[in-house]
Design a protein around this ligand. Structure first.
Ligand code: SAM
Length: 211
């Protein structure tokens, strides 16, 4: 693994291990929470029996999804041990939680009806690798929902420059434009790609797995 990739991942892990205890009082936690309702609204538009949350953090999304619907097979993966501890406290054994990396998902091919990823995607140094893994574990016609920060072109340019600085200690890698999201999803073989700007500085992207 290259030095650059390792560096981003180490920063993300360190940052999320550090803030896990008080996550919902941090900017990350507050911003993540802002997106939950939008994702729940999106996924309530179709039926699914299995879901994977990539970068599940403290497990709040999974908790909302299985609430009143415990027949759903729910799984989460996160590489911050402390965040995963929080998820385990919250979800006990109702959900399969794995300490691991988004770019190497430990599930078989064609396993999930739905994959979600809330505010974690911009932390992945190899986004295409992660999308290909998501494509692999999704069943044919399975659904992918990603929510991530969004900024207009000029702001995004400046923010992305700042993220490359050694002073960025949080491990954010890149904020994507609508076009960049669409290209990445096409390259990883997703179809029916829809991109939507929500609550000012976020976007929700949905796509269907093609096999
Ligand atoms: C901003 S938090 C969002 C957590 C959760 N999705 C939520 O909505 O509350 C980002 C999460 O992504 C995880 N993460 C970042 N890069 C990862 C990677 N390569 N593999 C697994 N988890 C990762 C972090 O550890 C962190 O818990």
């Amino acid at each position: 693994m290259s030095h650059r990739i390792n560096k981003y991942k180490a920063k993300s892990k360190r940052n999320f291990d550090k803030i896990a205890k008080d996550y919902f009082n941090t900017c990350d936690g507050k911003y993540s929470r802002l997106m939950y309702a939008g994702i729940i609204e999106k996924i309530s538009q179709f039926s699914f029996d299995s879901v994977l949350d990539v970068g599940c953090g403290p497990g709040e999304m999974l908790s909302m999804i299985i609430d009143g619907n415990e027949s759903i097979q729910a799984c989460g993966i996160d590489f911050s041990a402390k965040m995963l501890e929080k998820a385990t406290e919250r979800l006990k054994d109702k959900v399969q939680l794995i300490l691991g990396d988004a770019d190497c998902l430990p599930w078989p091919d064609n396993y999930f009806d739905l994959v979600i990823c809330n505010l974690s995607f911009h932390h992945f140094p190899e986004p295409l690798k992660v999308l290909m893994e998501m494509q692999r574990v999704l069943k044919p016609k399975g659904k992918l929902i990603i929510a991530d920060p969004w900024w207009s072109d000029t702001k995004r340019f400046i923010i992305n420059l700042c993220l490359k600085s050694p002073l960025n200690l949080e491990g954010d890698v890149k904020i994507y434009s609508e076009r960049e999201f669409k290209v990445l999803l096409e390259q990883s073989n997703f179809i029916s790609i829809e991109w939507e700007k929500v609550i000012d500085k976020y976007c929700i992207v949905s796509a269907i797995a093609k096999k």
